[in-house]
Design a protein. Structure first.
Length: 191
């Protein structure tokens, strides 16, 4: 699917292809990110999955100085995976867009908006403020990465979401540039 992806830093749009084409049916919600390196993208995408995601151009390795800013981000994802709000999350190479795509399936739109568009109170008692999100995004940009997303968030039927997940599982098993970031859940059994 061809998307006008929005840059987190300056809201400019760039045409990108997504690895899934959400059917728009009510069920779950897609949050989709494209990650590229601003200066050496070919090395970034080529090396991202080397040794199971331990390459030097990995976003986290290049932004260790932002450890404090990553804490609430990590907490939001950890609690969402544990409480079931985050159904599944994968990182996969996108050969058309030459990007590493983060594809996330969430239970509902209200949860996604609360976590990413508001200032949620996390289970650890911290508030993940918009300023902190912006600072993290700016730090990632300053480290040489561009993060793009699409808005509005897209609806996806549970059936399509499970089908897409199984495709990524197969890529993961074949060591085809794909990482599964969420454990297997009962919701992902065949419908």
């Amino acid at each position: 699917m061809h998307i006008n992806a929005i840059c987190f830093i300056d809201n400019t749009t760039s045409p990108m292809n997504s690895l899934i084409d959400p059917d728009g049916e009510i069920g779950w919600v897609v949050r989709y990110l494209w990650i590229q390196h601003r200066f050496d993208n070919e090395s970034f995408v080529k090396n991202y999955f080397v040794e199971g995601n331990n390459a030097g151009l990995n976003v986290r390795k290049q932004t260790t100085h932002l450890q404090e800013k990553w804490k609430n981000h990590n907490e939001a994802f950890n609690q969402s995976a544990q409480n079931g709000d985050l159904v599944w999350r994968v990182k996969s190479f996108n050969p058309v867009s030459r990007s590493i795509d983060y594809i996330e399936i969430w239970r509902d739109l209200k949860t996604v908006q609360r976590i990413f568009d508001e200032d949620p109170i996390l289970d650890n008692g911290q508030v993940w403020k918009e300023d902190d999100k912006r600072d993290l995004g700016q730090g990632v940009w300053d480290a040489g990465f561009i993060v793009r997303h699409f808005r509005p968030y897209q609806n996806i039927s549970k059936h399509q979401a499970v089908t897409e997940y199984k495709k990524f599982i197969e890529r993961f098993r074949k060591k085809d540039n794909c990482i599964i970031n969420t454990p297997w859940k009962s919701d992902l059994n065949p419908l």
